[in-house]
Design a protein around this ligand. Structure first.
Ligand code: MRU
Length: 344
């Protein structure tokens, strides 16, 4: 499997050949591939690599162990778990399947997920058009990266931006830099510039100023996991943005496909939040090569030995979300009844 090394963007566009499940897990852990849908797709292709590497059919227990290893790679997004559950449902008649069958099933499942993610992203964007009927010039604030890099191609929140632009809207996009990993300033600005969409990077701390001093028509973000009551886990900083949006009466939209919804939990309180390394905050370069050397000479942003807290995600309560835009339609108001009606 060939992956674009997202750690090195936008400095250089390098591809990495991933040859095994172990390398897939590493690629997900090290954020070579990131974004909930892309992680799920990479994970399924990782299972294909595992099956192809076997000279005999693995026992169901061996396969389950591998699946569990994969699941530990990043804990917040639900897409990978749901993709693996669906794959394992296809293995229900395990005893009668050969390893070749398993490979075929896993490959089909991965290809299918890829195709479905792309078509679902397009459907989300199409549905979102109903939210923007009043004017043709829009200023949108987004967070993290939810574009082609994070999905099979179009993107969720960024997919909406692409489709708005294609539908004749004149867009000004503000991309929160998304400290500390900079998905906004490194990746979203890169994607939007290539699309020719007017984009300004802002420091995350500028969102309040932005909503107060300029007309922002909407905040649009993606999701890593949505509880049945609509509480939404997404990149750290999303919750703060939702509060700022509410204070300034700016509509706050979440764009996500069905596989972001986790019906095994009740509320966002039950979502595991990934804690990430302190050095992402305390050093101005946290991108290391395989030998642990920094790509950019290590710089110091804080006293040596300073402690830092680095949650990768937060949960935005449903009450702060104006609508969740899905491939099936728009959920609004966001509450358990409407979520279940649309998504179950
Ligand atoms: O830590 P990351 O970069 O994997 O986090 C990504 C996000 O939080 C995205 O908003 C989310 O996965 C949706 S991508 C369509």
């Amino acid at each position: 499997m060939t992956l674009l090394d997202q750690r090195k963007l936008p400095g250089s566009k390098e591809f990495i050949e991933v040859r095994s499940l172990e390398e897939t897990i590493l690629a997900i852990r090290q954020m070579i591939v990131r974004g909930a849908p892309a992680i799920a797709m990479a994970g399924l292709y990782g299972m294909v690599l595992y099956l192809k590497s076997q000279s005999r059919k693995p026992s169901f227990m061996e396969l389950t162990e591998k699946r569990n290893l994969l699941l530990e790679s990043r804990p917040t997004a639900v897409n990978l778990r749901l993709a693996l559950e669906k794959l394992f449902l296809n293995f229900f008649d395990y005893a009668s399947l050969t390893n070749l069958h398993l490979i075929e099933i896993a490959e089909d499942e991965a290809d299918e997920l890829f195709k479905k993610d792309l078509s679902d992203n397009l459907a989300i964007a199409h549905n979102a058009l109903k939210l923007f009927t009043e004017k043709k010039e829009l200023s949108i604030l987004t967070h993290c990266n939810t574009g082609a890099l994070a999905t099979a191609g179009h993107g969720t929140a960024i997919g909406i931006l692409r489709t708005l632009r294609d539908s004749g809207f004149k867009l000004t996009v503000y991309a929160g830099e998304t400290r500390p990993y900079h998905q906004g300033s490194r990746l979203t600005s890169w994607e939007l510039m290539q699309e020719g969409i007017d984009c300004y990077i802002i420091a995350d701390s500028m969102a309040g100023w932005l909503c107060h001093s300029r007309k922002i028509d909407a905040v649009i973000v993606g999701a890593d996991r949505i509880a049945p009551n609509g509480d939404t886990a997404n990149k750290i900083g999303t919750y703060s943005l939702s509060i700022i949006a509410k204070e300034h009466s700016v509509p706050f939209y979440v764009a996500a496909t069905k596989v972001s919804f986790d019906f095994t939990i009740r509320t966002g309180e039950e979502i595991t939040i990934e804690m990430r390394p302190e050095e992402e905050l305390t050093r101005n370069s946290f991108l290391k090569d395989s030998e642990g050397k920094y790509y950019i000479p290590e710089g110091v942003l804080s006293p040596i030995g300073a402690k830092a807290l680095n949650p990768g995600f937060d949960v935005t309560p449903a009450k702060n979300i104006s609508a969740i835009v899905t491939e099936k339609g728009i959920i609004s108001p966001v509450n358990e009844e409407n979520v279940r009606l649309m998504m179950e």
